[in-house]
Design a protein around this ligand. Structure first.
Ligand code: ADP
Ligand code: MG
Length: 273
């Protein structure tokens, strides 16, 4: 590759501008089953927003709608809007892959490619997004992503070891690094610590704290202490057997926990559900 060719394949420079995400009257169905009802939330640029609520109230569905992952379910239908930096994520002609490159996702169970090296796992984030970069830039992105994910010092001497050789908590931070490789605007995390021991959980929380202010984060968690520790805003979702998931309460985390507007929020955050 000539130097000129290398230059033209280098990814655009890192976005320094923080970008927010918003839903307006977002409703969702699986077939005839309505699972979300007019959810309107604003996830401010650079903030951590926690989504809390009992199982089955639509938190994962909501998260997947934010980066168009729910489209993989054929029966899924939507109404309302998702705005990324003010632009409609579902605008005609907008490609789901482009949205997913701006809005990354980390799941409950760490899912690195176990046989693939640590380096290649992180670099695969670029490949999956269809982003081609020269080797020097790739090296740089892998290193900075691992630094941001809080894993660099633990793996720098063994970047060629398989991802599957890492502990569960390290694998989760590897998945975070993989998502960060494309320098997304938003990182979605669906119960990222539910499968982790307390020490690994703490490390992932440290990573989230480190990322706060660098990009916009939305995290689903069942751990109320965790929501209180990591988030600035908190949304409480609730559904019942005959009513779809709704946001009962949304506001600054401290207020949601200490001075909620709705009695059901107080019951939930104090474990009385
Ligand atoms: P939570 O993450 O809050 O536990 P989910 O978003 O997973 O809730 O689920 C919300 C509702 O949507 C539940 O009633 C669940 O059964 C239903 N649901 C989730 N995924 C699917 C799917 N792929 N097909 C049909 N129904 C689904
Ligand atoms: Mg869920």
């Amino acid at each position: 590759m000539t130097q000129m060719e290398e230059l033209t394949t280098v990814a655009s420079p890192p976005a320094t501008r923080l970008v927010g995400l918003e839903t307006r009257d977002l409703s969702a169905w699986f077939g005839d089953h309505k699972v979300l009802d007019r959810v309107s939330l604003t996830m401010a640029p650079g903030e951590v927003t926690a989504l809390i609520g009992p199982s089955g109230c639509g938190k994962s569905t909501y998260l997947r709608i934010l980066n168009r992952m729910h489209e993989m379910v054929k029966t899924a239908k939507l109404a309302g809007q998702v705005l990324l930096d003010g632009g409609d994520v579902y605008a005609p002609g907008r490609r789901p892959a482009d949205v997913r490159a701006r809005v990354g996702m980390v799941f409950q169970r760490p899912n690195p490619f176990p046989a693939m090296s640590i380096y290649d796992n992180v670099a695969s984030g670029l490949k999956l997004a269809g982003i081609k970069v020269a080797k020097a830039r790739r090296d740089e992105l892998v290193e900075t992503s691992l630094i941001k994910a809080g894993l660099w010092t633990e793996v720098r001497s063994r970047l060629r070891s398989p991802g599957g050789a890492l502990s569960g908590g390290q694998q989760q931070r590897l998945c975070i690094a993989r998502s960060l490789a494309v320098e997304p605007d938003v990182l979605l995390m669906d119960e990222p610590c539910s499968a982790l021991d307390p020490t690994s959980t703490r490390r992932v929380e440290e990573t989230i704290a480190e990322l706060r202010g660098r990009l916009t984060i939305v995290i689903v968690t069942h751990n109320m202490q965790q929501a209180a520790r990591v988030s600035q805003k908190c949304a409480f979702f609730l559904a019942s057997h005959d009513t779809p998931g709704k946001v009962v309460e949304f506001g600054p985390t401290q207020q949601v926990f200490e001075d909620p507007r709705d009695a059901r929020t107080a019951d939930y955050v104090h474990g009385r559900f």
